[in-house]
Design a protein around this ligand. Sequence first.
Ligand code: SF4
Length: 478
Amino acid sequence: MIDLLDHRDGPRDECGVFGIFAPGHDVARLAYFGLYALQHRGQESAGIATAERGGNIMALRELGLVSQVFDEQKLRTLLGDMALGHVRYSTTGSSGWENSQPVWRSDHRELALAHNGNLTNAVELHAELRERDVAFRSTSDSEIIAALLSTHPAATIEDAIVDVVPRLQGAFSTVVMTRDKVVAFRDPAGLRPLALGILDDRYVVASESCAFDIMGARFLRDVQPGEVVTLDEHGIGSRMAVEGSRQAFCVFEYIYFARPDSRMNGQVLQVARGRMGEILWRESPVDADLVIAVPDSGNAAARGVARASGLPQDDGFVKNRYVARTFIQPGQALRKHGLRMKFNPLPEIVAGQRLVVVDDSIVRGNTTRQIVQMLRDAGAAEIHLRITAPPIKHPCYYGIDMSTREEMIAHDRTVEEIAAELGCDSLHYLSLDGVYEAVRGERATHCDACFSGSYPLAGSEGANGKFAFEDALPLVRA
Ligand code: SF4
């Protein structure tokens, strides 16, 4: 099985989570639309769990896109007053069905759980739970959180969460549903996003605010790092599990992962990305004729470059918007043209032009090298690459699947050497200061470890890899 269209060799999105408590609404359908808006955060599996107050939890999850997993008939069977949803790209555990979410457990208390992030002490916690004879059905770190909460003797789920959160290390934006409420909580560093919204007089949580817009809900605020937010028949409740920790919101969410129409920490990302383009030009002007984006990830920043430079901007590529994963073997002759299924350059636009080509990031460089070659083949006179992230040199342990350090093109190379590798005429990466200026944030409250190597949480380096359980432990199935 090959993933023909996985040509983007950038960092891989992690997961998207969603939760709603809204008696009288079609909660499964609302979860469906919420997940539909969050599809960019994970394309391997999708799942929805629903429950009526006091009733059992029903969950449906499958490998595939949201629109492939759910149809009208399935949504109609998912009845309830509240719902939980998840889209997944695997960061811990392989991408089999058993690792799709929501996770369901019924030990001391029945619950369903959706998690975005990565625990850096998953192997230790897993071993500890196994010693207590807790059985697992999956190899994902999310089930560890579910098991800790489901087996916890506390009277309320909130008390269980407040007790468990200090024992979890790493990133976790999490939504849990019990038989009577939905509870969202975020790790004390706030590494991954989690937003709170309101729909009429009911509340909703989601990884990104774009999930609210699609259903007519209104963004209220970000769930705070270390906060536990309850959505139930009383409306909304909040308490802090941990206070005063070093905050470390992932700076890459602004640059690439999140949808441009989402807002995070007061910033609408489309606007912040436009500023990245403006600063990029200020840092590295060049004699050129035309600005083009690598669609869609470079679109907003390319507009910023065009604004700041006064150069015209056009579409140098047409992107096939219907690209999804396909497992059809392309055959050797087609394989080398694979990227063209996604991007096709327009010779009429780029031929003879000195181009400023804008993209968000480069990890291994394979795609970028091909893009440069396609533009050369289409007749571009010069190619000046401008990237809205600093060079990526270090792996992420907080829920983003990057390549290994050795595979990263910026590992042990200067910018000039990378430009030579990619075959472009010049290359400039936005500085870290430029990123923080664009997002109007400070290093002290963010994570930029994949650029700087400075990990905000102690003990992160060498933490469990994606296949930690498969590697370190026998696969345990209940
Ligand atoms: S290491 Fe990079 S991708 Fe990972 S959380 Fe930090 S900034 Fe985000």
